[in-house]
Design a protein around this ligand. Structure first.
Ligand SMILES: [Zn+2]
Length: 175
């Protein structure tokens, strides 16, 4: 059975202001006014099943509220991270990876050679507490990458886990 609509009826943020007028293009549609004043023909089915609650203005408000909550949470995570003497990068914030200009891989650089015919060699290194640690020289970029990855695991795993823990345990709202 068809849902009956009446003038003045409110569905979500819509108020029904007109019923089908026989125009083919308004078939199965109801004339509605949103709380914001927007007037549209809305499919009756989207009104009855709750898909359409407003012209979109209210949905936007909700999205903004979520974005604000997300930002607030981010701020709290960062302040907790700082309190734990960790860098925000371990929690995935301010992820500004310093890519090496010669290889594009962080911590891996192409070793300059004297002749153009010499095969390429790569140096891997990692910065720990402001100290540059040399990880070795490699003939393949992949090996250098692996060495750098292993070093990241070795030196930063604990920090990354602590940061992940803080991130997981920070609530999305202030309550
Ligand atoms: Zn609206």
């Amino acid at each position: 059975m068809r849902h009956r609509f009446t003038l003045g009826q409110q569905i979500g943020h819509w108020t029904i202001i007109g019923l089908p007028d026989g125009e083919p293009e308004h078939k199965n549609k109801i004339r509605c006014r949103c709380v914001c004043g927007t007037i549209r023909w809305i499919y009756r089915q989207t009104l009855t099943n709750g898909t359409s609650r407003s012209c979109g203005c209210r949905r936007h408000e909700r999205a903004n509220a979520q974005q604000i909550a997300g930002k607030e949470k981010g701020k709290r995570v960062i302040s907790s991270i700082h309190q734990a003497h960790l860098a925000p990068k371990y929690a995935g914030f301010g992820r500004k990876v310093n890519r090496n200009s010669t290889t594009g891989v962080p911590g891996v650089s192409l070793i300059p050679t004297s002749s153009k015919s010499a095969p390429p060699r790569y140096r891997a290194q990692i910065n720990v507490n402001g100290k540059q640690i040399h990880l070795g020289c490699f003939e393949s970029l992949e090996d250098a990458k692996q060495a750098r990855k292993a070093a990241e695991q070795h030196y930063f795993k604990e920090k990354a886990q602590k940061a992940a823990h803080i991130k997981e345990n920070t609530k999305g709202d202030k309550s």
